[in-house]
Design a protein around this ligand. Structure first.
Ligand code: ATP
Ligand code: LTN
Length: 333
């Protein structure tokens, strides 16, 4: 029965072209979870504008992310797919939660610290600081039980839980307390050029990331240039972070455990290993890429999906928003 299913909410912001990190850390797991949960997958365009975006790129990427969700195997008939800005309750709930959140807890967020570290106070947007509150609103409006994300989002999940618990304490039981779901493999794919950083779509050096839309020859080139070490042994160890990252990528794609992969490459060099990693990525992404292209040529289909998604999301989120307003003491219209 649909009503008894637990609820999942997750999303990706269109702040750059999506990487293999987004695919393995987030989307691929959503595909696996979709049958067992009632799922809301959103394109977080209001989060994207916490840093400056070129309007026409933002528009293109918003639709592209929707196409990527569907092309990756998320069934638009079974799940609610929508664009964040089409559901005003997110912005409204975000304000109500802003008035119940402290500067202190926001200033501890490592994503905020990382993103603002090279900016002066007068150029850090307030949206970047308040980002986790909007994310809490996204999650709490749907009475979400589980939020499948990569490791980097764990701290944001914790603040969402804190905000929810505080609201429940102050105004009586209102929100479900959400749990993070961090996948066993692929939770943190690292930059191919610098294994101390996560692979990120906002990174400047394109050799550090693989894009979901990268053509096969580009993928081969980037993997063959990926930084490893001079040991020459395929081992799953923190002393060999570059190799470990490639093992994690292969493991997330093939479902083989890191141990099984190490065994398979016993006595073999990096060249063969890297060429198999590239091959696995290409085989995984090629059908997705073709489907994305097809979907991007069918804008009216995408429009139909996001319209229907917004309708459902508006209905569900408005119910929670009204509850919040009433409890806080705002007079209903
Ligand atoms: P940016 O780098 O622009 O801040 P991002 O890709 O980190 O963007 P989102 O697009 O919002 O941020 O991330 C969407 C999802 O992808 C999140 O669940 C996040 O945890 C996951 N994700 C992002 N990068 C990685 C990565 N390198 N490894 C695993 N998961 C990742
Ligand atoms: N901040 C998230 C994107 C995001 C999100 C959400 C993820 C915005 N709202 C709600 C899960 C649930 C990120 O991954 N950078």
């Amino acid at each position: 029965m649909e009503e008894n299913k637990k609820v999942i909410f997750s999303g990706i912001k269109p702040s750059g072209d999506l990487t293999l990190g987004n695919y393995l850390g987030a989307i691929k797991n959503w595909v696996k979870l979709q049958d067992d949960y009632e799922c809301y997958f959103s394109v977080m365009n209001l989060h994207a504008i916490t840093v400056r975006q070129e309007p026409k790129d933002l528009r293109r990427r918003t639709l592209e992310i929707l196409a990527i969700y569907i092309a990756s195997g998320i069934d638009p008939e079974k799940n609610t797919l929508f664009i964040q800005s089409h559901v005003p309750a997110h912005s409204e709930a975000s304000w109500l939660l802003t008035c119940n959140t402290y500067m202190g807890e926001l200033s501890r967020m490592t994503q905020y610290k990382d993103k603002s570290k090279n900016m002066g106070d007068s150029s850090i947007g307030a949206g970047l600081f308040n980002y986790p509150i909007l994310m809490a609103a996204d999650i709490l409006l749907y009475n979400t039980d589980l939020v499948p994300v990569g490791t980097d989002q764990k701290q944001h999940l914790e603040i969402a839980r804190d905000i929810a618990e505080r609201f429940n304490r102050l105004y009586s039981q209102t929100f479900t307390i959400p749990d993070a779901y961090i996948p066993p493999a692929g939770a943190k794919i690292m930059d191919l050029q610098d294994s101390s950083k996560k692979m990120s779509k906002s990174e400047e050096n394109p050799n550090g990331y693989i894009l979901i839309m990268d053509p096969p020859e580009v993928i081969k080139k980037k993997i063959s240039r990926a930084v490893t070490d001079s040991l020459g042994v395929v081992n799953y160890s923190d002393d060999q972070p570059g190799v470990k990252n490639l093992i994690n990528i292969l493991s997330a794609i093939t479902n083989l455990s890191p141990e099984e992969i190490v065994k398979k490459y016993e006595g073999k060099g990096y060249a063969e290993f890297k060429s198999d990693v590239a091959e696995a990525i290409i085989n995984e992404l090629e059908p997705v890429q073709n489907k994305i292209q097809e979907l991007m040529e069918n804008k009216s289909y995408l429009e139909e999906i996001y319209r229907k998604g917004a309708e459902k999301a508006n209905y569900v989120s408005m119910k929670t928003l009204r509850k919040m307003q009433k409890k806080i003491g705002l007079i209903p219209r």
